[in-house]
Ligand binder design. Structure first.
Ligand code: C2E
Ligand code: CA
Ligand code: CA
Ligand code: CA
Length: 279
């Protein structure tokens, strides 16, 4: 141990060291990942609970690391945000999603909108709107074919004119989703002021639905407030038939989760476009 000012000792912590090294290694390989074409989008269907039809697909980023295999986004997105790489990665996501819709259309499939996840850092550095407009135009896609998901915390990030960015996206016809609703501190009134179209209720609330009466009451309250404010409700993480029945009874508009389908590679997701009845 090393003697510090004030006479206290600081010990070397091997666990912290290993975590920090793993992070440094990930950060390093993340830098070359775009050029090495290691990223891929998977698509997870969102289902209209009244008709059982596929209404949209969420694009979820996958990183195939040559040695580590699939690295989950929860591991690498935070590192990409810290290092600023998220902007280039975010551009890849926009490009790829637009190109994929164009490919599906060219294959004669009935394309549904794709929704993409955007982090606050991307708004901070501008260019989301310009990039999106460019790729929509390049592939002759209407703005309504893209949806943008943004978390509550990202919406109120300091020093970023998220409001202005969101307004510009809306001008394009892009629909705006609040992601992971209920995990942050925003009020529905704030969200309505920002003109958000859709509320995606976090998976934690869906899993509580059939577990406790309180869970159901809470979900019901969110649904009624959102309806009063004219926002659509999507339940995330729908895994069981029991949850589905409860959601339908509560008047929830749409659902997403393993019960319908896991996130799928583009080829398999394309297959769903030709038989879009999912329940
Ligand atoms: P998210 O936006 O909340 O995405 C939903 C996550 O829940 C996905 O995890 C999905 O695979 C998972 N999921 C879907 N249905 C179920 C279910 O029924 N049960 C359970 N337990 N999980 C379910 P994934 O793909 O690992 O993504 C994690 C997070 O990483 C996303 O959460 C999103 O915040 C972020 N992310 C993913 N792709 C991107 C991207 O392109 N850009 C940015 N900025 N963030 C992304
Ligand atoms: Ca999302
Ligand atoms: Ca979410
Ligand atoms: Ca989430």
């Amino acid at each position: 141990a090393k003697r510090e000012h004030g006479g206290r000792y600081r010990f070397f912590d091997p666990e912290l060291y290993i975590a920090a090294t793993a992070r440094a290694q990930l950060r390093h390989s993340l830098q070359g990942a775009l050029a090495a074409r290691q990223f891929e989008l998977y698509y997870q269907p969102r289902v209209d609970l009244a008709t059982g039809r596929l209404c949209s697909m969420e694009a979820l980023l996958r990183w195939r690391h040559p040695e580590l295999g699939m690295v989950p986004p929860a591991k690498f997105i935070p590192i990409a945000e810290e290092s600023g790489l998220i902007c280039a990665i975010g551009q890849f996501v926009i490009e790829e999603a637009c190109q994929q819709m164009a490919l599906w259309r060219a294959a004669g499939l009935a394309v549904v909108p794709v929704s993409i996840n955007v982090s606050a850092h991307q708004f901070g550095h501008g260019g989301v709107h310009a990039h999106l407009a460019m790729h929509l135009a390049r592939h002759h896609l209407a703005g309504a074919m893209l949806e943008v998901e943004i978390t509550e915390s990202a919406m109120f990030a300091e020093g970023v004119d998220v409001h202005g960015e969101l307004a510009a996206l809306r001008e394009l016809g892009v629909r705006l989703h609040v992601d992971d609703f209920g995990t942050g501190y925003s009020s529905l009134a704030q969200l309505q002021r920002l003109n958000m179209d859709v509320l995606k209720i976090d998976r934690a609330f869906t899993s509580e639905l059939t577990v406790s009466p309180e869970g159901r009451v809470l979900f019901q309250a969110i649904v009624s407030m959102a309806k009063a404010l004219n926002m659509k409700i999507v339940a995330e993480g729908v895994e069981t038939a029991g949850q589905l029945a409860a959601l339908i009874a509560l008047g929830c508009d749409e659902g997403q989760g393993y019960l319908f389908a896991a996130p799928l590679p583009a080829r398999q997701a394309g297959g769903l476009l030709s038989r879009p009845q999912l329940m």
